[in-house]
Design a protein around this ligand. Structure first.
Ligand SMILES: *[C@@H]1O[C@H](CO)[C@@H](O)[C@H](O)[C@H]1NC(C)=O
Ligand SMILES: *[C@@H]1O[C@H](CO)[C@@H](O)[C@H](O)[C@H]1NC(C)=O
Length: 213
């Protein structure tokens, strides 16, 4: 009897304590706030990532840093045991690396440097929420082998990389933006249902212009 009642007494406050972290931990949907902030910043990408650079200026990136919608659809079909969380982790990893590279090649007084640093901060803020919103164990799970290979390439020392690709800052930011909409579509859906993972969604604007002219 005594045992039972003390357990019951404990249950009250203990239950409360247990609930506090649950209530305070960000949920996957709280990720939408920082991602939308990032999306807002990305709307200036043409000005800062194209106009402030020489025409066709490309930065040197890893093959794996060209991470587009087509990569996502290819991986969804071909990588066994791939889940959305893995793709989302890869997205953060790839784009954090790209933004760091961009900042590194810009002189201190480059007119796009502050903008790029802001994107980097916002991506990092989103990543912080992303990490807190999931149990730590999920980040320790083994990645599918082909994803692990990509991961290893991304973190390879520059002198060990045998071939590079060149990409314009604007195209890299377009990839970042489109794949963000695709992988975190629950944050970006409006009443009109869009398939952000479908490349034709992003071409629509351009196509209309072409058919009108
Ligand atoms: C994302 O940014 C674009 C402009 O680049 C804007 O049209 C769109 O409404 C934004 N989406 C959200 C959910 O904030
Ligand atoms: C995406 O696809 C391109 C071309 O097919 C490839 O070079 C690149 O490594 C892929 N990126 C990732 C992250 O898989």
């Amino acid at each position: 009897m005594v045992h039972l009642s003390s357990a019951w007494l404990l249950g009250g406050p203990l239950g409360l304590f247990l609930m506090v972290p649950v209530l305070m931990a960000p949920t996957p949907s709280s990720l939408c706030t920082p991602l939308k902030t990032l999306n807002d910043s990305l709307s200036y990408r043409k000005r800062y990532m194209k106009h402030n650079f020489p025409i066709n200026y490309g930065i040197r990136v890893h093959y794996e840093e060209i991470f587009k919608l087509s990569n996502i659809s290819w991986m969804r079909v071909n990588v066994e045991g791939l889940d959305e969380l893995t793709l989302q982790r890869l997205w953060f990893q790839v784009n954090q690396g790209i933004l760091k590279k961009l900042i590194r090649v810009m002189p201190e007084r480059h007119p796009s440097r502050r903008y790029t640093a802001e994107l980097e901060t916002r991506l990092r803020d989103a990543e912080g929420v992303f990490v807190l919103a999931h149990p730590a164990e999920v980040f320790q799970q083994e990645l599918p082998e082909s994803v692990q290979d990509i991961w290893d390439q991304l973190t390879e020392e520059p002198e060990k990389v045998s071939s590079w690709r060149y990409a314009t800052p604007k195209s890299l930011m377009d990839n970042l933006c489109r794949t963000m909409h695709c992988l975190f579509s629950e944050c970006f859906t409006t009443e009109a249902q869009h398939d952000y993972c479908d490349r034709s969604h992003w071409r629509k604007g351009k196509k209309n212009v072409n058919t009108k002219s």
